[in-house]
Design a protein around this ligand. Structure first.
Ligand code: MLC
Ligand code: AMP
Length: 508
């Protein structure tokens, strides 16, 4: 019997070959992948996970965390990874909304979740980073290590759900994007072929594994190629520079590349053997692209994707990788540029809303049929909320966003969510949250608040009041207190005016 995603991911794997080289010195073969994911699948079944059940996880990056993802898929479950930076109150929303059978958290944070999981009737297990057989690494990992290493995969077809990834929304409420087995597998196969990954490749994996980029684009593509990764806990320049000689390729957000370019050790010699650098999740400045080529001789390959759609477009592997563009639609992906209001397709070269359709596009938002309906056209195209155009050579350019969204270091931050929180604070009448140029993160979050009837407000007090409410990366890095917000004649806050006023907040 078949499990569409798992079988597909391992279709080219030579079980004796390495899958991952870890920074604690361990080597993980594809045989280990089979064994350890089976142990987790067995554990999940023991915890009561049935086909279609969600398994939520907010755990440190580790190879075992990846095996939990694969074990969930093998057990027929739906994997729901959560950003480690989310606070307990943010996590509560996801658990309440997704009603997972099981929530796996970092052992160090168990106390924060005991009560809420008890209230919601969600089983709580823990999983940290494995050290050795004598040291506990959480309840699920300790038990998982001794669970049977064989598992008969639960049958799952192409349209069954494999994962739910939450994306914030312009209304402030997060929506769970439902991704099917075939959404993930078809995209991985396309990327492997397009980017020419073979079993001889070694990818430097420094991305987090709770988002599409690190979990699916990087890991699934490597797996489906039967290739190997050097798997490190996160992006640290020293470690990346140390690892580069042993790899052939790297995937990252633009911040990875700007940080590397800021380091003199990142040279042409260090990267001479590299086959491919891929960038995505946020716009790569054309000047970064140019500086990278001048320094290393390599042209970064920029691609464009979304949680809801996996990858949509990519610059060519062979052929011109054009700075400031995201390349061509992937094979199998239809992309059009439309008038955001009427939905009419625009002429080539005109700027409008980017819409996509293809096997990569998700199955809708978890239990939000109205939101799903709002974001699809009748003919099945998904409205991405990105503004762009297709040039005369067919390259797609992203020129802006129709959605009010800030992308900081590759993480999406919805201003509405922060504004709602700021507005709740004592002494705040109203607020506006904007993103302005940030030398490291691309965009940095700025809050602009208006005090209620002449009350004295200060940045420190507001920051401390919101500090445990939302993840640190979403919190404004600067707050301005003003008498009033600029508005247009319709009464709408003019965020462009605020962006102009505060554009140099983070200037170096
Ligand atoms: C960390 N901080 C951030 C931040 N990351 N602030 C704003 N934006 C970010 N992205 C803050 C922390 O809260 C902390 O604040 C301080 O910076 C240092 O934290 P850190 O953990 O030491 O940061 P660092 O490890 O350097 O992380 C930066 C980073 C990381 C760029 C390496 O953010 C990262 O790995 N980003 C990748 C995101 C990603 O994978 N996106 C893909 C989404 S999928 P303080 O004040 O406490 O010091 C997607 C689809 C697609 O978009 O197309 O791929
Ligand atoms: P997320 O919802 O976290 O998956 O983020 C998806 C959004 O990231 C897209 O809708 C785009 O706005 C943005 N994005 C991804 N890749 C690129 C890119 N190469 N250039 C510009 N924006 C990008």
């Amino acid at each position: 019997m078949a499990n569409h995603l798992f079988d597909g991911l391992l279709q080219n794997a030579n079980l004796e070959r390495a899958f991952a080289q870890l920074d604690d010195g361990r080597w993980y073969t594809y045989n280990h992948v089979l064994e350890v994911s089976a142990r987790f699948a067995n554990m999940l079944v023991k915890c009561g996970v049935k086909p279609g059940d969600r398994v939520a996880a907010q755990i440190p990056k580790s190879i075992e965390a990846l095996m939990l993802y694969l074990g969930t898929v093998r057990a027929g479950g739906v994997f729901l990874p959560l950003n480690n930076a989310y606070t307990a109150s943010e996590v509560e929303y996801f658990l309440d909304n997704a009603t997972p059978r099981l929530f796996v958290c970092d052992p160090a944070r168990r106390a924060e979740f005991d009560e809420v999981t008890g209230k919601l009737g969600v089983r709580l297990e823990t999983m940290g980073v494995w050290k050795n057989h004598e040291t506990s690494a959480g309840t699920l990992l300790d038990a998982g290590i001794v669970a049977p290493a064989e598992f008969t995969n639960v049958d799952r077809g192409p349209d069954d759900l494999a994962a739910i990834l939450y994306t914030s929304g312009t209304t402030g409420r997060s929506k769970g994007a439902m991704l099917t087995h075939d959404n993930l597998l078809s995209n991985a196969v396309v990327l492997k072929d397009l980017w020419a990954f073979t079993e001889d490749d070694v990818l430097l994996h420094a991305l987090p594994i709770f988002h599409t980029h690190g979990l699916f684009v990087a890991t699934n593509t490597i797996m489906v190629a039967g290739a190997r990764m050097v798997f490190v806990p996160g992006f640290k320049v020293d470690q990346v520079i140390e690892c580069l000689p042993g790899v052939t390729s790297m995937m990252g957000v633009p911040t990875f590349y700007t940080r590397l370019l800021d380091d003199d050790r990142f040279t042409r010699e260090l990267t001479a053997h590299m086959r491919l650098f891929v960038s995505g999740s946020a716009p790569l400045l054309a000047e970064t692209h140019v500086e990278f080529e001048e320094r290393t001789g390599h042209r970064i390959l920029e691609r464009y994707g979304m949680t809801e759609t996996n990858m949509n477009t990519s610059n060519p592997y062979d052929g011109e990788r054009r700075a400031g563009t995201v390349g061509f639609p992937l094979p199998g992906v239809d992309l059009r540029v439309c008038d955001p209001d009427t939905g009419d397709t625009l002429a080539q070269g005109e700027i409008g809303g980017i819409e996509v359709k293809g096997p990569n596009v998700f199955a809708g938002y978890w239990q939000m049929p109205e939101k799903t309906a709002e974001e699809f056209r009748a003919d099945g195209f998904f409205i991405t909320g990105d503004l762009g155009k297709v040039d005369e050579d067919g390259y797609v350019h992203i020129v802006g966003r129709a959605k009010d969204l800030i992308i900081s270091g590759g993480y999406n931050i919805y201003p509405k969510e922060i504004e709602l929180l700021l507005d709740e604070q004592d002494g705040v009448l109203e607020s506006a949250v904007i993103g302005v140029n940030h030398p490291d993160f691309g965009e940095g979050v700025v809050g602009v608040v208006v005090p209620a009837n002449g009350q004295a407000l200060n940045e420190e007090a507001i920051m401390s009041a919101i500090s445990d409410k939302i993840a640190r990366f979403k919190q404004p890095k600067k707050i301005y207190v003003v008498d009033e917000l600029p508005r247009n004649t319709m009464g709408k806050v003019q965020k462009n005016v605020l962006r102009d006023t505060y554009y140099d907040t983070f200037a170096p």
